[in-house]
Ligand binder design. Structure first.
Ligand code: TXA
Ligand code: MG
Length: 329
């Protein structure tokens, strides 16, 4: 039965209490949510997305103090980060409480936690008695959804209800950072050995995070991928995507219908998607995933994309385009 879409919080809460899935709006992308403490419900997320069991989920909470039921310890700086960026697009990877089911964390001893900012989902979290485990509401590996319609198009057959909160205002997923106690024995932050590491660039610029806790390291490539950014192919349309100097790439695709994604100026191509004519990286990020979907459904043969300025939200845009280019193309 196809999903119903609406804004009825009572319906969403009742389904979640019954161990069902509900797609929820967040400021970043839509999530596919289940009661984080209900293992059978969480299993349905992995089935609906065809997501491999090694890829852990983010737990979403409605109030800052709910973090203590999820994390057994807050590393130095965690509270300052929560105060600065929650509610908002920052996920903290923290040592997990034993009560958090292994299926949520893929058996890791850590758990990703964030407090989303979308008003409808905040209201929902205020009505239910448990946190929500939720990955992005797309089939594994595909572009994340930024509207309720995107969710319905791809996962509608697998979920009973989509809570419609309108288009996402940030448009790329949360920034993920984790405290890595063993990252570098010589590094210390706030008097303790260890440091914060970036697992995924996202909706909170790295510069803003560093203004609160100082330098953030890059994550050491682990044995299992700890964030989707570490999987080479992700966020990928079905069409081939190439990223780089568009003027240099165009001749190689002569004779094809070429679509170009650019920051603020158009090219001589079959189709042009200028993400922000006024040169605003936040606007470009907000539009990126919807444009990738549109071009995937268009008559274009190939998608070329510029490299964006590597600052602010440009880092997340470049990261997602790089993964899209490493995709099925
Ligand atoms: O903005 C977002 O983060 C969205 C919305 C729905 O909140 N969620 C999202 O979830 O992007 P997902 O599952 O598509 O990506 C979250 C990534 C996972 O792929 C996983 O690798 C990483 O977060 N993650 C979760 N728990 C982790 C942990 N304990 N250690 C390292 N990485 C973790
Ligand atoms: Mg995802």
């Amino acid at each position: 039965m196809p999903a119903r879409t609406g804004t009825d919080l009572a319906t969403a809460a009742a389904l979640l209490r019954n161990g069902e899935l509900v797609a929820i709006p967040t400021e970043t992308v839509y999530g596919l949510a289940a009661n984080a403490f209900d293992e059978a419900a969480v299993l349905k997320i992995f089935q609906a997305k065809e997501r491999p069991a090694f890829d852990p989920l983010i737990v979403h909470i409605g109030r800052k103090d709910a973090v203590h039921a999820i994390a057994r310890e807050l590393p130095p700086g965690a509270e300052a980060l929560m105060d600065a960026f929650w509610p908002g697009p920052l996920t903290l990877v923290l040592p997990k409480q034993a009560a958090v089911p292994d299926i949520v964390t893929s058996g890791l001893d850590t758990v990703g936690v964030r407090m989303p900012a979308h008003p409808l989902t905040r209201e929902l979290l205020g009505q239910i008695e448990f946190p929500l485990a939720a990955p992005s509401a797309n089939p594994f590996g595909y572009v994340s959804p930024t509207t309720a319609q995107h969710v319905a198009d791809q996962l509608g057959e697998h979920i009973p209800y989509i809570l419609d909160g309108g288009p996402c205002t940030v448009g790329v997923e949360s920034t993920i950072i984790g405290w890595d106690a063993g990252a570098d024995d010589r590094s210390t932050a706030m008097g303790r050995p260890g440091r914060w590491c970036l697992y995924r660039a996202g909706g909170i610029p790295l510069e803003a995070i560093e203004s609160v806790i100082g330098t953030v390291g890059s994550a050491v490539k682990p044995v299992i991928p700890v964030a989707p950014g570490m999987l080479d192919s992700h966020y990928a349309p079905r069409k081939p995507v190439f990223v780089g100097d568009v003027n240099a790439l165009l001749p190689a695709h002569a004779g094809k219908r070429v679509a170009v994604i650019s920051f603020s100026t158009a090219y001589a191509a079959h189709q042009n998607e200028v993400l922000s004519p006024k040169g605003d990286l936040a606007e470009a990020a907000r539009r990126l995933f919807a444009v990738l979907r549109e071009l995937d459904a268009s008559d274009a043969d190939v998608i070329l994309a510029e490299r964006f300025p590597d600052e602010g939200l440009g880092r997340a845009i470049n990261d997602r385009l790089r993964r899209a280019a490493a995709g099925r193309g």
